[in-house]
Design a protein around this ligand. Structure first.
Ligand code: NAD
Length: 437
């Protein structure tokens, strides 16, 4: 009998959460636990023990865990008797190796887990996403895909109202328009097309696409059961960060990242997906994402249109606005909104960002499901579907064609991820892609 469980196999104590990866998003997740009951942070991991210890101390300070153990070894964390479920929060290029290390411990019987939750995107391409899902399935662990936006209260509540008051009486919604924009990522690896798997399309459109599928799907139903993909058109571009001044800034701030003058990752992407819904009606998701938005901070916007109803939400509406005059010298920070760009003038404030962006509801739901031995609806299968749809958008943008589903892109790696996308070169093809995509 594994010591993690009582004699009936049920939980006699809060579910113990192990956090793998100790960077930006790990801190967001740990903060969200301040509002969660029934589970505690019990262990953290990073490649360097110092960073894992820093996150463990942060969790203890927030009182979301007691005696949180810091590890630099993933297998040791998974074998920790107090760890019941793991959250995988490391960079995209580590996804397969990290999930394999976890699953090896479980499959070999050295550890037992009640759940594994994996951050977006599930992989850098379809092959990787499928590999991750297969490893977890073979190890027999309940799983969750960490797409926070489908848990964001502004979306869940608005969707409920749209479907109960609008769709029930006038028909299903037909257009979801979702965007996510900010002025650029915080760590070097995001900028590296190979490490990240692409640019802003891979990084942010996974959110906007899944938010769009979520809004168009009735509550309680998996999007894949309701929406059959028909086609996608897409455009990617290098608008800001390929310019001399900004490419030079990247070189200074993130040494070692590819030269954005020559082979940038895209900092703008749009895609229009058409689906047929469960009523046999055509419906559309318009997704747009950029790393070129210099406003107060990260801006998420959502719209849903139906026959007699509509909704719209914009994260920068915030909970309050504050004003600081030009006479104040301000230190830069991220204390008003994520990816904050200014500390003066009129600024929005999002009072509880983990709640507003959906992390709190996400982790409440997922940890509760794992504790009860149940499988969350937003699963690694959702992560695979999102990756398949994203790769189709890359392919459509590269080839400047309409991609029709089903399409087999199992071996496809976007040109951006191969550093073969040269949109600023005069000798390139119109899409800036070298042959062989
Ligand atoms: N849901 C969201 O909105 C959201 C937001 C940001 C990031 N993310 C996702 O979370 C993941 C982590 O992003 P982040 O912003 O925290 O990145 P980050 O760069 O801030 O932190 C990454 C962490 O992983 C560790 N790490 C690096 N290489 C590793 C390796 N080979 N093995 C193990 N650990 C390693 C780093 O030391 C660091 O602790 C990414 O997949 C990203 O796409 C999601």
């Amino acid at each position: 009998m594994n010591g993690k469980h009582d004699v009936n196999g049920t939980h006699a104590r809060p579910l113990g959460i192990g956090i793998i990866g100790s960077g930006f998003i790990a801190h967001f997740h740990v903060r969200s636990w301040q509002a969660i009951r029934g589970s505690d942070i019990v262990a953290t991991q990073s490649r360097t023990l110092d960073r894992a210890r820093e996150l463990a101390a942060y969790a203890e300070d927030l009182r979301v865990g007691v005696d949180v153990t810091a590890y630099d070894d993933i297998a040791a964390l998974v074998r920790d008797e107090r760890v019941d479920a793991v959250w995988v929060l490391t960079p995209n290029h580590t996804r397969v190796e990290v999930v394999r290390a976890i699953c090896d411990e479980v499959a070999s019987g050295r550890a037992r887990l009640r759940g594994i939750a994996v951050e977006k995107p599930l992989g850098r391409n379809i092959a990787e996403a499928r590999q991750v899902a297969d490893l977890v399935r073979e190890a027999g662990i309940p799983h969750a895909y960490l797409e926070n936006q489908v848990y964001a209260p502004r979306l869940t509540r608005a969707r409920e109202l749209m479907w109960t008051r609008g769709a029930r009486h006038s028909g299903t919604p037909y257009l979801a328009r979702c965007t996510e924009e900010h002025s650029g990522p915080h760590s070097a690896w995001f900028w590296d097309g190979e490490a990240q798997g692409g640019g802003v399309l891979n990084d942010l459109m996974c959110h906007s696409l899944e938010a769009g599928r979520f809004l168009l799907t009735p509550p309680g139903v998996a999007p894949s059961q309701w929406l059959r993909p028909v086609s996608v058109t897409a455009t990617i571009a290098s608008l800001r960060w390929g310019r001399e001044r900004y490419a030079a800034r990247l070189e200074r701030e993130f040494p070692g990242v590819q030269d954005y003058r020559d082979t940038p990752s895209e900092d703008y992407a749009n895609a229009t997906y058409t689906f047929v819904n469960g009523d046999d009606e055509p419906v559309v998701v318009e997704a747009m994402t950029s790393w070129g938005y210099v406003g107060a901070g990260m801006r998420l916007s959502f719209e849903l249109l139906g026959p007699e109803y509509s909704m719209s939400a914009n994260s920068l509406s915030g909970d309050a606005t504050v004003f600081f005059s030009r006479n104040l010298e301000q230190a830069s920070g991220e204390d008003m909104v994520e990816k904050q760009n200014a500390e003066q003038g009129l600024m929005p404030v999002i009072a509880d960002e983990p709640a507003a962006y959906g992390y709190t509801a996400e982790n409440t739901h997922i940890s509760g499901m794992f504790a009860r031995g149940e499988q969350p609806l937003e699963s690694l299968d959702s992560g695979v579907e999102v990756t398949e749809l994203l790769m189709a958008a890359y392919y459509a943008a590269e080839t400047q064609t309409v991609v029709r589903f089903p399409v087999d892109l199992g071996d496809y790696v976007p040109a951006v991820a191969r550093r073969a996308w040269r949109p600023r070169s005069t000798s390139g093809t119109p899409s800036g892609t070298e042959a062989g995509a």
